[in-house]
Design a protein around this ligand. Sequence first.
Ligand SMILES: Nc1nc2c(ncn2[C@@H]2O[C@H](COP(=O)(O)OP(=O)(O)OP(=O)(O)O)[C@@H](O)[C@H]2O)c(=O)[nH]1
Ligand SMILES: [Mg+2]
Length: 301
Amino acid sequence: MAADDSHRAGIVAVAGRPNTGKSTLVNALVAEKISIVTPKPQTTRHSIMGIVDRPEGQLVFVDTPGLHHSGGRRLNRVLNRNAGASIAGADLALLLIDARGWRDGDEFALRQLERSDVPVVLAINKIDLVRPRSALLPLLEESAARHDFLDIVPISARRGENLERLLAVLLAHLPPGPPLFPPGQKTDRGLDFRVAEIIREKLLLALREEVPYGIAVQVERMERDGELLRIEAVIWVERRSHRGIVIGRGGRVLKQVGQAARAELECLLGRKVYLQTHVKLRENWSENEAALRQLGYDPCR
Ligand SMILES: Nc1nc2c(ncn2[C@@H]2O[C@H](COP(=O)(O)OP(=O)(O)OP(=O)(O)O)[C@@H](O)[C@H]2O)c(=O)[nH]1
Ligand SMILES: [Mg+2]
């Protein structure tokens, strides 16, 4: 692709409090599931790039962990640091809030962005939940008064509404330059990571309360065997009692998680998958710096 002056390229950090729809948006823009999505807050734990190519330019979105008051476990502090580092390295920040109104958590996220000095576009997401649409007008006014946003764009990530307009607004604020990634590449993350995340998503969906927050997934082996892909993964839990909960009575929970993950992996990979999972205990891993690094929660990624 020609790197002429009319071509733009840059990094857009997608930020906001947990559960505002950041990952849903990145997936919708890239038109592929790059990042896992659940109804639970604090689903995303890594900065994950989703790359969008348009004739006018390339937008590299960085999905970030939801910004939150990081009291509590060390993992939470790492997640905030990680999101902060992604924002600091971006050309633009895209702050997502929920169309049902500003909350303290949104204000906290905005303050983090203001500290970074990166210009901010505001996307008001989940407009499908607001009827009539004119009910959004006071929120637009209130938002404009809270910060000098480059622009404010109402969207529905889930329904794909107004996303082309959002892309046009973002592109207009990116610097001229050649693509940062080879056109056609959709994410910076490898297959191991995506497989582990899909398994973690199914665990988040299957488990309740605090258990999923103490879970990490690591792919130990991936091997082609003819038409089959054999995958071995470890599910790390941080309390002895969680092991039994993840496995479930008679192995029921783990079986259900494995089936759901396998079905999605087969779709993603276009081949049959044999998935083997082992549940292992690593006590309090989410409080332990060395364990966090080993499990891929490097504050710099
Ligand atoms: N109604 C509606 N729901 C949405 C929309 N976008 C996302 N959601 C839902 O909001 C929930 C959270 O979505 P995520 O994409 O995981 O949110 P997130 O901001 O990435 O969350 P964290 O990773 O925890 O920070 C999911 O249940 C989504 O289906 C939308 O436009 N409309
Ligand atoms: Mg997310």
